[in-house]
Design a protein around this ligand. Structure first.
Ligand code: GAL
Length: 351
């Protein structure tokens, strides 16, 4: 009996040590291995899908959809494979080095006791993006809010006093009187903030200027890529130019990435095609764009973030992070099994 208990404990300890060593190996090497399970500092798989990154006072914050529980296909979504997990909330992680991520918990939680609430488990909460408004000192989160059949097509907003929340949910709106599904937020160098989103039943992308407190739409907007049907929009700025990434509309299934460039956020936007190169480029390496951010303190170090969805087991969806290379007026994104920030030094040396 004693022997059995001892060996059980030894086995448990060995298992724990190997788990810890696995996580530490991943962290200390600083390598990004897209498509693999990424562990947080507590040894749990990182759960932040359709995510974005915010850098604030020396720390990176990662915010994304918490996907847990069963994945199922509601009858109403059968025609287009609209698999779902019930809404649990938005999870945040913090990191100083972009490698060791500490789980900060659910910073916006589902509201299970009110079936009419936008955050009820039966609804859809996707693609949360957070930015800090220095004018109001609030952290503002915009997200895609929807009904289970994706027909409500609304934009939701929440705000917090701290990057790790709790975020107080404010409301959802139909911006410019139109649909808003896949979405992102972009803050320009002059402090103006914009929402970029799929509208007109996903036919056309809209860019809307937000109000000064970033909690409302200002009424100023532009329609871009008319009838090009795009989702998973990303906007970022480099050297005075605005860059755009997006996908086609094929639900959880991958398709070729789109890209574009403009001299002004209001356009004209010039479409440049799929920036992915090499094997599986036409499937965006089995991923879909969600965000791009610049590594602080490194010149021209932009990281592409994507989701590799697993539609029949959504919580097991993985992440793709790859360095962006700027070539001519556009970009190049190539697959790497494993890479670290020294890629950016090599890019700088080659310029
Ligand atoms: C994708 C979209 C995801 C999610 C999914 C549902 O195209 O980018 O965020 O809405 O469709 O099928």
């Amino acid at each position: 009996m004693i022997m059995r208990r001892l060996s059980g404990r030894v086995i448990l300890r060995c298992w724990f040590v190997s788990l810890l060593m696995g996580a530490m190996a991943q962290l200390s090497s600083g390598a990004v291995r897209s498509g693999e399970v990424w562990l947080d500092t507590g040894g749990k798989p990182i759960n932040a899908h359709g995510a974005g990154v915010m850098f604030h006072e020396g720390t990176y914050y990662l915010y994304g959809e918490n996907k847990e529980g069963r994945t199922w296909l509601p009858e109403i979504n059968k025609s287009w494979d609209g698999y779902r997990v019930d809404v649990t909330g938005v999870r945040c992680y913090s990191s100083k080095d972009l490698t060791a991520w500490k789980d900060e918990g659910l910073v916006l939680k589902a509201v299970p006791d009110d079936p009419a609430h936008d955050l009820h488990p039966s609804k859809v909460v996707e693609r949360p993006k957070v930015a800090f408004n220095p004018r109001t000192k609030k952290f503002v989160m915009w997200m895609h809010i929807d009904s289970p059949d994706y027909k409500a097509a609304r934009a939701g907003v929440a705000a917090a006093d701290s990057p790790t929340g709790p975020f107080a949910y404010i409301e959802s709106v139909k911006p410019e009187g139109q649909d808003s599904r896949d979405q992102t937020m972009f803050v320009d160098e002059d402090g103006k903030a914009y929402r970029v989103y799929s509208s007109e039943n996903n036919d056309t992308t809209y860019i809307s200027l937000l109000s000064d407190n970033w909690l409302r739409h200002s009424g100023k907007f532009v329609r871009i890529f008319e009838k090009r049907r795009m989702e998973a929009q990303v906007v970022f700025k480099r050297g005075g130019k605005y860059y755009f990434l997006a996908s086609d509309c094929t639900g959880w299934d991958p398709n070729p990435m789109r890209s574009a460039v403009a001299g002004s956020i209001w356009g004209p936007w010039k479409e440049l095609g799929n920036p992915c190169t090499g094997p599986d480029a036409e499937k965006t390496f089995f991923g879909q764009s969600t965000f791009v951010f610049a590594v602080t303190g490194k010149q021209d170090a932009f990281i592409f973030m994507g989701d590799r969805w697993n539609k029949s087991n959504l919580p097991d969806s993985r992440y793709i992070w790859l360095p962006i290379e700027f070539v001519g007026e556009g970009m190049k994104i190539q697959w790497r099994d494993s890479w670290d920030w020294s890629v950016f030094d090599a890019q700088a040396a080659a310029r």
